[in-house]
Design a protein around this ligand. Structure first.
Ligand code: ATP
Ligand code: MG
Length: 233
């Protein structure tokens, strides 16, 4: 249950495509991210950032090798892989039902834990306690999350990841839909609340979002053109 223990990621000569006869969207990528590192990923639209997150979860076709804590992903059960790594996509899908059910589908936690996760994810700092429309554990979410803004959905998806205690967290920032304040809340939450044993990859659209990352990956047309500390770029 506690794999990956630390969140160390090695990627060797990774290429990826969406279909067997489709073009390569990632081309021969290699990098090593150490446990607990904060890594920012930047690059122009279409450069392959979201595709990289999908490849890391083996949701698209990949060649090459990827190791989590030294274990090659092809030797892992795909469900085990996907249950330990959380991707917060650009537009997260939520389930229809209460927020409580979304955060804890198997009723394994009490409300204190769930509310702590919501607070840590930054939800409460965005809404006044007196607001009658504020989101609580009893709020009904409609299919996909369509009654929430994209920023709210990302915050709730982050809370869900905190409840799951994922060791690898990949945040694919919403492009335009998210406002600067919400972006800042999410980034502050990630910095403050996650221990150094969680590896965080953030795909960012504003450079200032990731200026305090340990490393930055710059993607261009499916290839890594830079991989270094922000100060060295
Ligand atoms: P953005 O900043 O706009 O989110 P991105 O860097 O995340 O861009 P990707 O979504 O990874 O870019 O796209 C990389 C390449 O993969 C593009 O050429 C795109 O057309 C292609 N691609 C993305 N999604 C699919 C898909 N579902 N099927 C086929 N090709 C896709
Ligand atoms: Mg994308």
């Amino acid at each position: 249950a506690y794999w990956p223990a630390s969140g160390d990621i090695i990627v060797n000569n990774l290429s990826a495509r969406y279909s067997a006869d489709g073009p390569k969207v990632l081309n021969d990528i290699s990098f090593h991210i150490k446990s607990g590192e904060r890594v920012g990923i930047v690059g122009r639209t279409g450069s392959g950032k979201s595709s990289l997150t999908l490849a890391l979860m083996r949701c698209i076709l990949t060649e090459g090798s990827m190791y989590y804590d030294g274990i090659e992903t092809h030797s892992l059960n795909i469900d085990a892989l996907r249950s330990q790594i959380t991707i917060i996509p650009q537009v997260p899908e939520l389930l229809s039902g209460t927020l409580r059910e979304n955060l804890d589908p198997f009723s394994q936690h009490d409300d204190v834990v769930l509310n702590d996760a919501l607070r840590s994810a930054g939800l409460f700092s965005l809404q006044a306690e007196t607001d009658e429309n504020r989101i609580t554990l009893d709020t009904m979410i409609s299919g996909g999350g369509s009654n929430l803004s994209v920023g709210q959905r990302q915050i709730l998806a982050l809370a869900r990841a905190l409840v799951r205690r994922s060791k690898v967290l990949i945040l694919d920032e919403a492009t335009s839909a998210i406002d600067y304040d919400t972006d800042k809340v999410i980034q502050n939450s990630l910095r403050r609340e996650l221990n150094n044993d969680v590896t965080v990859l953030t795909i960012a659209h504003r450079l200032q979002t990731i200026m305090d990352a340990d490393k930055i990956i710059v993607l261009e047309a499916g290839e890594i053109v830079e991989f270094d500390s922000p100060s060295a770029l």
